[in-house]
Ligand binder design. Structure first.
Ligand code: SF4
Ligand code: SF4
Length: 271
């Protein structure tokens, strides 16, 4: 499990191979999940919460129909403030990091660097971690931590391997990513790897990556996923109001045309 992703990120020149289309479309519960055989090592996963609203963690738990299988048979949660009674950070295969990094918060910064050191893979989980989302606009003065005023995407401080934007990340996106990780479905994971070092995912990316490339089907998912109602569908195409955009990246992430392999899209539109 995770081995294809580790290999792809390990500097191999070999481009990850596309897998068959059947495994790209993953919507059903993983009924036939095979428990790891006795003695085999399950991936060790950690969860760190930095500056954000906890929405991504809640979104994760909304996958209750597969979480029992994932948590019991597929992975070991080895680190997480509210999940594991352990203060020392152990070695991990994957660490999910929610929230942006506050530069005035020494504890968080130390934890972030330690996670990079101890985890083979780092996933920026949610828009605050990916591009700092609404925390970008924080100017300090908050009751609990008045001196906290500078929040940056975690990729500005450490190398990130996988990024899942969204405010919060959609439960369906989490679910599909979990299964893709388990299946080693690199075609599905590629967009999340591509935006791992991109700290600017936003509605503008819809225009450059989807609409101008002829990928948009006018489905309206982007408009529905925008929590600030910055997108209106006009004549079947999304139009963004910049004044309302908080650059959370939900729209580009939730767009179904963003998560299809390029070859498949070209085939769909007859190129
Ligand atoms: Fe177009 Fe993607 Fe928005 Fe659907 S979600 S309307 S395909 S840009
Ligand atoms: Fe987020 Fe809406 Fe801006 Fe897209 S348009 S990045 S969903 S605020």
């Amino acid at each position: 499990m995770f081995s294809k992703l580790k290999k792809a990120l390990g500097g191999s020149d070999e481009k990850p191979k596309a897998v068959d289309q059947e495994s790209v479309v993953i919507t059903e519960k993983r009924e036939n999940a095979e428990p790891a055989p006795a003695g085999s090592k399950k991936p060790r996963v950690g969860y760190i919460h930095l500056s954000g609203c906890t929405g991504d963690g809640m979104s994760l738990t909304e996958n209750y129909d597969i979480l029992d299988v994932v948590l019991t048979d597929m992975i070991d949660i080895v680190y997480g403030q509210t999940l594991v009674d352990l203060w020392e950070m152990p070695e991990m295969d994957l660490c999910l990091i929610e929230g942006s990094a506050c530069l005035q918060d020494e504890h968080s910064i130390k934890e972030l660097f330690e996670a990079r050191e101890k985890s083979t893979l780092i996933c920026a989980f949610g828009s605050c971690a990916v591009n700092s989302c609404f925390t970008t606009y924080a100017r300090g003065g908050q009751q609990a931590q008045p001196k906290h005023e500078s929040f940056v995407p975690i990729s500005q401080l450490i190398k990130v391997d996988l990024a899942l934007p969204g405010c919060p990340v959609g439960p369906e996106m989490i679910r599909k990513t979990i299964v893709a990780l388990v299946e080693g479905d690199m075609t599905y994971l590629q967009p999340a790897m591509d935006i791992a070092s991109c700290a600017t995912a936003c509605g503008c990316d819809l225009l450059t990556n989807i609409i101008r490339n002829g990928r948009c089907t006018g489905c309206g998912t982007c408009a529905l996923s925008c929590q600030t109602r910055a997108i209106n569908m006009i004549q079947g195409r999304p139009h963004k109001n910049d004044a309302r955009c908080i650059k959370c990246g939900s729209c580009i992430t939730m767009c179904p045309r963003n998560w299809l392999p390029e070859e498949q899209i070209k085939k769909d539109i007859g190129l």
